[in-house]
Design a binder for this molecule. Structure first.
Ligand SMILES: N[C@@H](CCC(=O)N[C@@H](CS)C(=O)NCC(=O)O)C(=O)O
Length: 207
């Protein structure tokens, strides 16, 4: 039975499409559009899962949310895109798999929210930017020392880190002053699986 991805336009669920394309697994997309005014997901997604967020992956009777957990599920299911080794690589793989949603995304969401608050939002953004820069500098240092987040090979940790770094280009000033990170972004965007995921996923403003 084919996997089903409940996919929201312009969202984190683009990562899951990329992962499935890398794994060459067959899947079906159920597409949802954000409300253009609120940017929230449509209420139909609540009928799929009580959180009403995307992505949701259905594998037969199994229904999964949280991209990181979904990635781990797919790594276990296929034996691919895992850490590659059981030492340092595994430690880094686990760390970045969680770091993407646990540390980087909350800062970027805060920036998005503050960017919409008139006057006081601008002041808040000035305070938040240095905190985000600590993360971007750390990531730059890591990517300057090896080709992929876990080590020598691409893994699910790279897939998890893609959305926060793409979002950081559009809203947190990530650019040419961090060449290793920008080269990593260029490298992932050039992958055939990434390109196929873009074609299938529709509107995505971050690539
Ligand atoms: N930590 C979750 C976040 C899920 C999430 O917040 N998804 C966003 C897409 S970027 C969403 O569905 N937003 C629509 C809404 O909140 O109504 C994950 O990584 O899957």
């Amino acid at each position: 039975m084919s996997l089903i991805v409940h996919h929201l336009n312009n969202s984190r669920s683009q990562r899951l499409l990329w992962m499935l394309e890398e794994l060459e697994l067959p899947y079906e997309i159920r597409a949802y559009q954000r409300d253009p005014r609120t940017m929230l997901a449509p209420p139909e997604l609540r009928q799929v899962h009580p959180l009403g967020k995307s992505p949701v992956l259905e594998d037969g009777r199994i229904k999964l949310v949280e991209t990181g957990a979904i990635c781990e599920y797919l790594v276990e299911k296929t034996g691919r895109l895992g850490p590659g080794d059981s030492g340092e690589g595994l430690r880094r793989y686990r760390q970045f798999l969680h770091y993407a949603e646990g540390s980087v995304m909350p800062m970027l969401l805060l920036m998005l929210a503050m960017g919409k608050v008139p006057l006081m939002g601008k002041i808040a953004l000035k305070r938040i930017q240095p905190m985000v820069d600590v993360h971007l500098d750390y990531i730059e240092q890591e990517l300057a020392s090896r080709p992929w987040f876990a080590g020598k090979a691409i893994s699910a940790a790279d897939i998890m880190m893609s959305f926060p770094l793409e979002a950081a280009v559009s809203r947190a000033g990530l650019g040419s002053s961090r060449p290793a990170t920008m080269a990593w972004l260029k490298k992932i965007h050039a992958r055939p699986a990434y390109q196929r995921a873009l074609e299938k996923g529709g509107e995505y403003d971050y690539a």
